[in-house]
Ligand binder design. Sequence first.
Ligand code: NAP
Length: 563
Amino acid sequence: VADYLRDPFTPYVERPAIQDDPDVVIVGGGIAGLLAGAQLRKVGIERIRIIDHAGGVGGTWYWNRYPGVMCDVESYQYLPLLEELDYIPTERYASGEEIRLHLQAIADRFDLVSDALFHTGVTRAVWDEDAGRWTVHTDRGDQLSCRYYILAVGILNLLKLPAIPGMDDFAGRAFHTARWDYAYTGGGLGQPMTNLGDKAVALIGTGASGLQCLPPLARDAKHVYVFQRTPSAIGVRGNRRTDPDFGASLQPGWQKARMDNFQAIMLGKQVDTDLTDDGWTHHYAAVQNPPRRDKDGQALAIAEFMRGAEELDYAIMEEHRRRIDELVSDPAVAAILKPYYRYLCKRPCFHDEYYGAFNSPNVTLVDCPAGIDRITAAGPVVGGTQYEVDCIVYGTGFEAEVTPLQRRAGHEIVGRGGVTLAEKWADGAASLFGMTSSGFPNMFVMPAPGQQSVVTVNYTQIAVLGAEFVAGTIAALEHKGVRVFDVDAGAEADWIQQIVDTYVDPSAVMSACTPSRLNNEGDPGATRARDTNYGRGFGDYFGYRDLLEKWLASGEFEGLTLQ
Ligand code: NAP
């Protein structure tokens, strides 16, 4: 399957191995790594090397260039550092290419590209006790010695390929959405895929990626077979061009305020105005925070609360199902497209052209709730029917929330006394603040879901906070003349205990869900309490941020030992 990982966007160029001793190595040049780099530049760190498997910066947005790629989180919050870069996104929801170019602009502004090592994978990082530095080895034979090691490896970096019998027998071209092969399809982002006019395409997967591909595929291919295992809940997207007066109306600090407004709504807090005003703030926030009191302000009994929550959820799902009836002309097709589970069982999607594509005569929906039987040289087989195609697109997603850091990092990280991160985290995450770990001196991990920090629907918000914390801590350590810091075992144990104490097993709600990566593929009880967040559920973002800011401001480095 190695071919599925090949970079179709940038040619691989041989280069000599390097030896170097930068101040900081950042593994990952996506949003988190770039923000960490930008904040480190701001506090005066000069020698930074980003290492990435990709041929350039952008992370998720480097790899995901499938036709129709876009972000369904509002662009004014999702694209980071808009104020610093004096940039206003052109649309309410940005295309993948606009996001990628913005991330490239951040990398250029903060000079993060010239020393970066692209098309390079870290194979091993070892703490060198005598030197008080990390030694980082790569698959190009490089050897770097750095004072600080920062893991910004991403949460959508491992492709998920299904294990369908016969995949290798397929005689046509097959690729994953995160490695779109424009050399095969023709065209490019926003341009017609000129080679597909005489080709039948199988699209496997109907999550956020798969559904975004469908309208362009329907436009350009001779025929598209959409293989749906579970229908997504797809709400209104309502994209529009940015009002030309929007930028002029904003006050300094507007982006943070906007992110906070969105986050407050997602956490069920009262706000004066809903600045985002979309499906996330209407539906997601409502289902996430059902009323706990009746209209007279009396606390609801648990059974009433549960029933109220279910009714609210049902009403929102009915709204989604009605929308399908309105947009899809064949009632039999509409019926198959209707999501039948609770709203938060899967990540909700937002799109305005997906359903309409099923009215095209060249689009066939293949209902396969139990998956695809097998793939032959001619294409997928479902229920004994062979679908003959020239190309298979796997929109089958990524390993995400449940994948432990050491697997996402993809290399051995050896801390004090030869203990690896995989060994240390074998029973679950072990950290202080979800960003440092005892026995791994001078190492930071950018915050991520299931890693003892918090989860934000707008991932950029937690990446910004993580980057500010990491750079702020490094600046303070440098100022104090610290050579090596480590986390006290006691402070780490206390942090872990806080995470475990606030964990509420979601099985009661999530086991009624269709399997997905959000519920351990149907086994929500298998989530380890340690692999969760600061505060209940998605975590207490504002409490977490306060705590980090106070910790930094105190200058006391509580919970760290300093040399
Ligand atoms: P995904 O949500 O995990 O969806 C994967 C799809 O593949 C599902 O429809 C799944 O069906 C299907 N599938 C997997 N194995 C299959 C098999 N053996 N046979 C048939 N179908 C199979 O992946 P994604 O769409 O790439 O999205 C991943 C994440 O990326 C999202 O949750 C989101 O966080 C992010 N994303 C965000 C945006 C955005 O606009 N912000 C856009 C794209 C992606 P089941 O549902 O039955 O498992």
